[in-house]
Design a protein around this ligand. Structure first.
Ligand SMILES: [Zn+2]
Ligand SMILES: [Zn+2]
Length: 184
């Protein structure tokens, strides 16, 4: 088994969680979790959400050298996992094992997401993520453009108009250059 990062066999067995054996690279401290072991461990946990739909291969652009699966030698694909989590997980499309760079498992664990890793690769999840990212980008754009205070105010007005029976008329009034002139 070769480490996807170091490309040498620096692996040793590592008990990632109670009942979840994994391999840890002693050089880069990355962790390889085989799909079979992960699923076995998952079964021992209660309240684990199920996969919503079939997975899809939507790799995020690769940065740096290609990484290969230590088990099957296939390319690892990178997946964004959470809107405000910076790192990507690498996953083998063939055996569905997952590579965690040093600290990534712990980061997920600290948010109690380590038993939802299987969900991150589903189509529904990846689509939702992209939508969330777009929303976040747009929010930041408006924030920057309007400033914090005005953005908060315009959001209030928007919410008020949306919930109002006369919303469209109020908006027309607001955007009309002179709502009191007949010429319009
Ligand atoms: Zn390594
Ligand atoms: Zn593989």
């Amino acid at each position: 088994m070769k480490c996807p990062v170091c490309q040498k066999d620096y692996f040793s067995k590592h008990e990632l969680e109670a009942g979840l054996p994994a391999y840890k690279c002693k050089e880069c401290e990355g962790i390889w979790v085989s799909a079979a072991q992960y699923w076995k461990w998952l079964e021992t946990r209660s309240d684990v959400p199920e996969i919503a739909d079939a997975e899809v291969q939507l790799p995020v652009e690769q940065e740096g050298p290609a990484r290969l699966c230590p088990e099957t030698g296939h390319f690892l694909r990178r997946y964004k996992v959470w809107p405000d989590i910076e790192f990507y997980l690498d996953r083998c499309g063939n055996c569905t094992g997952v590579w965690f760079d040093a600290g990534e498992w712990e980061a997920l664990r600290s948010r109690d997401l380590h038993d939802q890793v299987h969900l991150f690769f589903s189509d529904v999840w990846q689509r939702q993520l992209r939508e969330d990212q777009t929303r976040l980008r747009m929010t930041n754009l408006y924030r920057e453009k309007f400033g914090e205070e005005d953005y908060a105010r315009i959001q209030e007005i928007r919410a008020w108009l949306e919930g109002h029976a006369q919303g469209r008329a109020l908006l027309a009034y607001l955007t009309d250059r002179d709502p009191y002139s007949i010429a319009g």
